[in-house]
Design a protein around this ligand. Structure first.
Ligand SMILES: [Zn+2]
Ligand SMILES: [Zn+2]
Length: 408
């Protein structure tokens, strides 16, 4: 407890005496000088050192307007704002009128005070302490489940609930479902004639089938699904599956067994979507998944009358060679139109029948495989069709593996 103010500090206290500052604000004038005392305790020491004087009256403080006397009310408001949510860690902050903070700094200047601590920093800290005492939760900045923002002018506490993140890999065995929820283009999800009132283009998605048990258990208000790339709707995703992070928005329940939930996808998912390597994730995992650019392996069923020797010759020419792909016509409405260069890493024929053959290939991330086979009316150069000199059509496409270095 070292708090023995010398003359420069006493001069600040003398200048502030009689202005009606509350004990919190009076003591905080020397908040960054010495240590080991609360601000009201500092105020009491200073008053004693100055030989007493009229006690300042709380509620009329020119710095805080009595805010610090009502801090329990704010803690109670915060607790009520988060009622119905499970939370163990929190962060709190406050929104102040800039004029109020500027007036405090003006007072420091006037008093020649070099040791003042701002009202906002002190309020946030004290609110955090009261909340810890009131709820048993832990304050701090890392890993907060909820964030409270006390809006001092409006008189209410805004609540932000941190999402819960789940990671895993999914296999998609169904050629009719998209990876993410796909709102109807015409009504944007409100429901219209075109979508039969459902608001959707497709009745379900990997996002919804995977999300269902997690949403039910955490009572989240919604989801965001972040896949490490995506396959076409009519392509299966096989092998060890595709890495994803599922974001559960505003969950009311946080203590759930994610692994068990990942093993209990509902009957609607049976035979359509499977999961593996389910576990907890954090926000940076979303970035990791979105920024990864792994090679992928595919199996492609191709229709076209080409002698097997000719296909093999074309594949040997294609492997290791750079191909130029202009944005495919089918995705041009949502991707910028430009030419990308990609590489076929490996390719070989695995099956052959009259008028059709099956190729397995490994490509760089972002290769449009269907277009590489068919040519996309000259937008991909050279295509397999161009190399064999015969029109080709993709009959089916499966992703065999996403080579992200973890699953395979
Ligand atoms: Zn005050
Ligand atoms: Zn619609």
């Amino acid at each position: 407890m070292s708090f023995e103010p010398d003359e420069p500090q006493l001069a600040v206290a003398r200048g502030a005496a009689g202005r009606g500052l509350c004990p919190e604000c009076f003591g905080r004038l020397l908040g960054r000088w010495g240590h080991g005392l609360s601000n009201p305790e500092r105020a009491a020491r200073l008053e004693r050192a100055l030989g007493g004087g009229p006690r300042p009256v709380a509620g009329t403080c020119p710095v805080c307007g009595g805010l610090f006397a009502r801090i329990d009310t704010w803690a109670e408001r915060a607790r009520r704002a988060a009622d119905g949510y499970e939370w163990h860690r929190f962060t709190c902050g406050s929104r102040w009128e800039p004029e109020r903070l500027a007036a405090e700094e003006a007072l420091w200047t006037e008093l020649g005070d070099a040791w003042g601590e701002s009202a906002r920093a002190a309020f946030n800290r004290e609110l955090g302490k009261r909340l810890e005492a009131l709820t048993g939760a832990q304050g701090g900045t890392a890993g907060a489940d909820v964030v409270f923002l006390a809006d001092l002018e409006v008189g209410r506490v805004e609540l932000t609930v941190a999402p819960l993140y789940v990671r895993g890999r999914y296999r998609k065995l169904d050629r009719t479902i998209p990876q993410t929820r796909w709102p109807c283009r015409r009504c944007h999800g409100r429901g219209c004639v075109r979508c039969g009132g459902t608001g959707r283009t497709y009745p379900t998605s990997v996002e919804e089938l995977v999300g269902a048990p997690f949403v039910a258990a955490t009572r989240a208000e919604g989801t965001r699904f972040h896949g490490m790339g995506r396959e076409d709707i009519d392509a299966r995703m096989l092998g060890h599956g595709r890495p994803f992070v599922l974001e559960l928005l505003r969950p009311r329940v946080r203590s759930v067994d994610l692994v068990a939930l990942g093993g209990s996808l509902g009957p609607e998912a049976a035979g359509r979507v499977e999961l593996e390597e389910v576990g907890p994730a954090e926000a940076p995992d979303v970035v990791r998944v979105k920024e990864a650019a792994p090679e992928k392996s595919y199996r492609v069923g191709v229709v076209g009358s080409v002698p097997l020797g000719k296909v093999k010759e074309a594949l040997s020419l294609a492997v290791g060679r750079t191909i130029a792909q202009r944005t495919p016509a089918r995705v041009a409405h949502r991707r910028s139109d430009r030419v990308r260069t990609r590489r076929i890493v490996a390719a070989h024929v695995v099956d052959e029948a009259e008028g059709r053959f099956t190729v397995e290939l490994r490509t760089e991330a972002g290769t449009y495989v269907k277009e590489w086979v068919e040519g996309d009316a000259g937008r991909t150069e050279p295509s397999l069709a161009a190399l064999v000199g015969t029109p080709l059509r993709v009959e089916f496409l499966d992703v065999l593996e996403v080579h992200d270095g973890e699953g395979a």
